[in-house]
Design a protein. Structure first.
Length: 264
């Protein structure tokens, strides 16, 4: 594949990732990770590192797409600061731990786990009912432990936190719009600490291609980021216009498609 064609692929990925970051609060990783695995294969990158590169690069792009999405939701008042602050310490610790786990897994096993996890999340979102009236979030300790789980699993799969954070916050009583907004903010520490740890864990690996720092591929990062920021604003606008049930079912359908494709 030519350099120009690859750049176009990365730009299209950025447009899709940015839209989903704003619409679903997922940071775009659901699209970026499997698509980058395919793109890296076309470039001849060793399969032993392709999955890890895709996850690490996805987290790096989420730092930018997530920031744009979170800012848009913040301006609309859809971020619950108290919950975000309670989750934050766990999100950071979990993200670092999740990357070290990923570093010990083979590329094939990591990919299989990714597909199975996405399908599980699709089923949960499709069957979940709306938040019960009067439901309340757990205390600070409970939110902190939830942050560890959300951060660890999200960094392991390069997904930015939305797949776990959105269902968790809806169970805590948040509306879908508030859950998506807060989730977009939670994706930032996961992505930042996760990407930095992936660079450290992959540093000096003999199979890494040129243009990579550890398990972060910078040409892919730049191409995706260029298109992601403006499309994240589009996603935020859509999130505030669509009915909550429509948004939840669309999210579940997206997860199912990605999961099935990754397991085939």
């Amino acid at each position: 594949m030519s350099v120009l064609a690859m750049l176009l692929v990365y730009l299209l990925l950025g447009a899709a990732a940015g839209t989903m970051a704003g619409l679903f609060g997922v940071g775009g990783g659901l699209v970026i990770v499997p698509a980058l695995v395919v793109a890296f294969g076309l470039q001849g990158i060793a399969p032993e590192v392709a999955m890890h590169l895709a996850v690490g690069t996805s987290l790096a792009t989420i730092v930018i797409t997530g920031a744009s999405s979170a800012w848009g939701h913040h301006r609309r008042g859809s971020i619950q600061r108290r919950w975000f602050q309670a989750l934050l310490p766990g999100l950071m610790l979990g993200a670092i731990g999740g990357v070290f786990v990923a570093g010990r897994l083979s590329g094939g096993l990591l990919g299989t786990l990714f597909g199975a996890f996405v399908l599980l999340m699709a089923l949960r979102m499709a069957l979940a009912s709306g938040p019960r009236p009067g439901s309340a979030a757990p205390g600070r300790l409970g939110m902190g432990l939830a942050g560890v789980v959300i951060g660890g699993i999200s960094a392991l799969f390069g997904i930015g936190g939305g797949m776990l954070c959105v269902p968790w916050l809806t169970r805590c009583g948040a509306t879908m719009t508030r859950a998506v907004g807060t989730s977009s903010a939670c994706g930032l520490p996961i992505a930042l600490f996760g990407a930095a740890t992936f660079m450290v864990v992959g540093w000096g690996h003999p199979l890494l291609p040129s243009g990579a720092t550890g398990f972060v591929m910078w040409p892919a990062f730049l191409g995706i980021v260029l298109a992601s920021v403006p499309f994240a604003r589009l996603g935020v606008q859509l999130a505030h216009r669509l009915p909550a049930r429509t948004l939840r079912l669309a999210f579940a359908a997206l997860l199912a498609l990605v999961g099935v494709r990754f397991l085939l």
